[in-house]
Design a protein around this ligand. Structure first.
Ligand SMILES: NC(=O)c1ccc[n+]([C@@H]2O[C@H](COP(=O)([O-])OP(=O)(O)OC[C@H]3O[C@@H](n4cnc5c(N)ncnc54)[C@H](O)[C@@H]3O)[C@@H](O)[C@H]2O)c1
Ligand SMILES: O=C/C=C/C=C(\O)C(=O)O
Length: 490
């Protein structure tokens, strides 16, 4: 047990309804614990169980045993329990917000008002969607076809640190609603809210073993988890290199995968756009200190307005208040970890060396020190420079200009990613033409990050495999079955 921001947090795994220490004895996890550090001041927060193969095995076994009873539990009862979990989350919004901010450095004000309410909504939405899930029976030469969504079994869910509880529950809720049991492996840099959620599920009355959490490093505990033959689905949100390792690990068992990966998304600003709106949308891309998969990090601006756009952008970005994420007035906080900050800075320094010019930022925030990195905007990056094509996952944007619509589309589509795209235009006809040509899982026109959980969510190209959300989540987490019945009376 540790106390973080005044909240008691269990530090063990959660397996079969019990808090357990690491089983040890596994070469893959040489120490029983690891140290969780706060990005706010790089001070230790807690010693967390460091899982290995035996812990992954124990969690899958607990989930496998719990599966038959949970799969038989009626839809109404499953939905009721998910709503009870949402109630538990809503009662603890402040605690969850405090702990998440201490653990990942994202803003307390976002956690209070946006993220933790969304966590509760993840459970409520999939509970309600389960009750509506269905397909009209249809006939084939007098035979009825009936489509059903059968639970698949144990789901391994592996999640990142940038929005830990929100991204985990976006998978946990549909997996449980579908009648599956779950083993969650949260990111090692942000283990705490998953542990709090385990307590909330128990209080809500979720049966033991239906939801399990194993803590630890990806290779040590995530590896054995994804290779386990009793795991029937793997849903992963994270980076492309890790996705490749997980896909290889899943391959011998042909375990179905859902992969939500990185991006290098564009914001296309046409000369006919509302310029204030376009500038607001652009500056919003520094949210969460740039650690957002969907962030439109490439600003593509029509040449005729580029000077004015840039002037207003620099002016507005200059008013961003960087600092302690626990303060309500702070706009952006620190990077998650020193290793991540160094990675971000590596991109920035290489971009400069390649000839790109930092109009703002371009290095760590010396006044604040620690893990604070200054919001950065590059122009004049040479064609095909790394900074224009690779995901930085920090507060680093690039600005490029275009002269024609075709050029804008070609630039927007010119990376190996395809997670999202945003455009600002005052012309609905243009919006229709351009959106039709963009390669992206989500396209926003004159808006950003408006999310409805019934929409398909995921990425094209290397931004992912598959879609989750609404029916698509149930399609992934279930074994779909079509039952064809001959006429009874002949
Ligand atoms: N598309 C989306 O919905 C979305 C959302 C948020 C973040 N992301 C992406 O996530 C990345 C940032 O997150 P990250 O740095 O935590 O990613 P990451 O790939 O390093 O880690 C993600 C998770 O995978 C685990 N992992 C690492 N190696 C593993 C292995 N060998 N086997 C099993 N699990 C393993 C980690 O422990 C962690 O829990 C960015 O690329 C970002 O774009 C995507
Ligand atoms: O950083 C990435 C944020 C992803 C958002 C979602 O997955 C979501 O809103 O469900």
């Amino acid at each position: 047990m540790a106390t973080v921001a005044g909240v008691a947090v269990e530090t063990g795994h959660w397996i079969g309804g019990e808090r357990v220490a690491s089983a040890g004895g596994s070469a893959s996890a040489p120490q029983p614990t690891f140290t969780d550090v706060s990005p706010i001041d790089e001070r230790p927060l807690a010693e967390i169980a460091r899982g290995g193969a035996r812990d992954a095995e124990a969690a899958v076994e607990a989930a496998r045993r719990a599966f038959p009873a949970w799969a038989r539990t009626g839809r109404e009862e499953r939905a009721r329990l998910l709503h009870a979990i949402a109630d538990g989350v809503e009662k603890r919004i402040e605690e969850l917000a405090q702990v998440e901010t201490a653990d990942n450095g994202a803003l307390i004000r976002s956690h209070r008002r946006g993220v933790m309410p969304r966590v509760a909504h993840n459970f409520r939405f999939f509970a309600d969607w389960l009750l509506k899930l269905g397909h009209q029976d249809f006939e084939t030469r007098g035979h009825t076809n009936h489509v059903s969504w059968d639970p698949a079994g144990v789901c391994a869910l592996i999640t990142p640190w940038n929005a830990p509880l929100m991204l985990a529950t976006w998978k946990i809720a549909p997996a449980l609603a579908a009648g599956n049991t779950v083993v969650l492996k949260p990111a090692e840099w942000t283990p705490l809210t998953a542990s709090l959620l385990a307590g909330i599920t128990a209080e809500a009355g979720l049966p033991d073993g239906v939801f399990n959490v194993v803590q630890g490093y990806g290779a040590e505990v995530g590896g054995p988890l994804t290779a386990h033959p009793d795991v029937k689905r793997i849903s992963f949100t994270g980076s492309v290199p890790t996705a490749r390792i997980i896909a290889a690990s899943a391959a011998p068992n042909l375990t179905p995968l859902s992969l939500e990966l990185g991006g290098k998304s564009p914001l296309i600003v046409f000369a006919d756009a509302d310029l204030d709106l376009a500038v607001d949308l652009a500056v919003e891309q520094y949210d969460n200190a740039g650690q957002v998969c969907l962030a439109a990090t490439r600003l593509l601006v029509e040449s005729s307005i580029a000077d004015e756009f840039t002037r207003r952008f620099v002016e507005k970005a200059g008013r961003i208040k960087q600092g302690d994420p626990r303060e309500e007035t702070t706009d952006i906080g620190p990077q998650i970890h020193r290793r991540h900050l160094e990675r971000v800075d590596g991109f920035v320094q290489r971009a400069k060396a390649a000839g790109a010019r930092a109009l703002i930022g371009g290095g760590p925030n010396d006044e604040l020190g620690g893990l604070y990195y200054r919001p950065t905007l590059f122009t004049d990056a040479p064609e095909n420079a790394e900074i224009l094509t690779e995901e930085v996952f920090g507060p680093v944007l690039t600005l490029q200009t275009f002269d024609t619509e075709d050029q804008a589309v070609a630039m927007a589509n010119g990376t190996r990613f395809g997670l999202a795209a945003t455009l600002a235009t005052g012309d609905p006809e243009r919006a229709r033409r351009v959106t039709g040509q963009l390669v992206a899982g989500t396209v926003w026109v004159n808006c950003f990050f408006v999310r409805d959980l019934q929409a398909p969510f995921g990425g094209a190209r290397q931004s992912g495999v598959g879609r989750e959300g609404g029916d698509w989540s149930f399609d992934f987490y279930c074994d779909l079955k079509n039952t064809v019945t001959a006429p009874w009376a002949r």
